[in-house]
Design a protein around this ligand. Sequence first.
Ligand SMILES: [Zn+2]
Length: 184
Amino acid sequence: MRIRQVGDPILREVSIALSPERIASSETQALIQRMQNILNGIKAISDENGNALSAPQVGSLVRLILLRIDGVFTAMINPEYRPSSERTFMFEEECFSLYDQRVNLKRWYEIDVEYLDSDGEKRELSCRGELAGLIQHEVDHLNGVLFTDRAEKEGAQLSSIDTLLTDQPDRLAQVKIMIDYMRG
Ligand SMILES: [Zn+2]
């Protein structure tokens, strides 16, 4: 399975921080490469997708997320974020580990993120909107949290893609090909 699917206990574990030595290891660099390959595989099916993934979703319990920002891969290791204002927004969440469901969740609209890059260098990023929402979703994975947990807490209604995309059969077919790839 390329991406661990809901029900897999690994998705409920808390991931461990990576030391600079472990970041430099061939094991971690190979993990980043594997995650990039998977996101590229998803993007090849659907150009608007394949932009964010967390290490636990590919079976590694380490605090590493991978984002595609303006077309460039950015590994964020040991990421910590804080909201930079009180503002929130409703973010439509998708998750490769349960891709047949969607839900709108309340997230911080703008955040500051501190992390180590793939060379172990300390970095900071201020971001807002979709990218901020993606980072909050991926960091949840590092803590064993799935969007279904937040949906339950917020009383938000999950929707099946079969319902959401009922008027868009071409898109629905494309999404199902993506799901096959994730589970393949
Ligand atoms: Zn997810």
